[in-house]
Design a binder for this molecule. Sequence first.
Ligand SMILES: *Cc1c(COP(=O)(O)O)cnc(C)c1O
Length: 370
Amino acid sequence: MSDIQVPITSVRFGSAEEALVLEVLRSGIVAQGPKVARLEELFAQLTGTAHAVAVNNGTTALVAALQALELQPGDEVVTSPFTFVATLNAALEAGATVRFADIGLDDFNLDPDALAGAVTPRTKVVMPVHLYGQAADMPRISALASAHGLAVVEDAAQAHGATVEGRPVGGFGVACFSLYATKNVTTGEGGVVTTDDDRLADRLRLLRNQGMRSRYQYEVAGHNYRMTDLQAALGIPQLERLAEINDARRANAAVLDAGLAGLEGLVTPTVKDGRAHVFHQYTVRVTPDAPLGRDQLVDALAAAGVGAGVYYPRVVHDYDCYRNDPRVVVGDAPNAARAAAEVVSLPVHPHLTPADLDQIVTAVRRCFGA
Ligand SMILES: *Cc1c(COP(=O)(O)O)cnc(C)c1O
């Protein structure tokens, strides 16, 4: 293993986080309390929704959102085959059958035409993933969902603050955010569900707290999905400066775009019209025209001190543990397969210096003989 000088991710907290965590320690309220309530308020503002319900991680957020929709055995969720495994695992845990629709190769998100083709009479939910920080085509996906009477569950784990046609992600039905260590906003572990639907929000709050309405009055078989005030204290200052954090990511992406333009066999990210990308990842494709393969590029960059990551090396269901599961219904998804073979993510996090960006650009250009 060589020395990585420019890592793919870097987690740093400032004095605002330190002060708030200390305040929580001194308050004695370390479980769910006023800081969680404040974090929820900030998420509702960010997404323009009436409700935000904080939970203990992004996977739980997805499970709870699907449970709140009260799926029955045999009900189908249609999602992207090119996503983090939590998307699939959450749907299975909630009892759904999962079907996949192909992605577009330009934005790596669900292709609305492919999605239309994957809907069956058993479909109850469409679950777009706003991958790498760019919103899926929500205007078309929402229209399709309402035409078929389907619920929309957004996997917005990577897209805090992203917008499509001026509308923030998180407000198109019920949406799930992750606050894991590497995400654009982090509480170490954490998740949030946002929605405008009063009934769903009520159900989410019940599910989070053992199904309890008031003390020892249980209405559903719930769980403990609660977030702690210590976690929320970490997230609040980041949400207050999220515009700044995302602007820094976008500015870094622009430098990489300029530095990596014109390399044969390298496709830099596309930002689709009308979408504000928050660059959770800066993901390029290494096509067959390139002078080296994707995995060779990752190794060469590591040797040059640059940490690159492959998110994700296989389509989500391409593992033995899903192979014979009748609830995992696999279809043809050539774009997703191609993306899995060609993608590599370069560092774009807000703590990169101009020298770091230069090191990334120079290293990649060398690999492409430029
Ligand atoms: C991170 C992530 C999740 C899961 O979130 P956790 O907080 O790690 O449980 C779900 N979906 C996607 C696309 C993610 O990137």
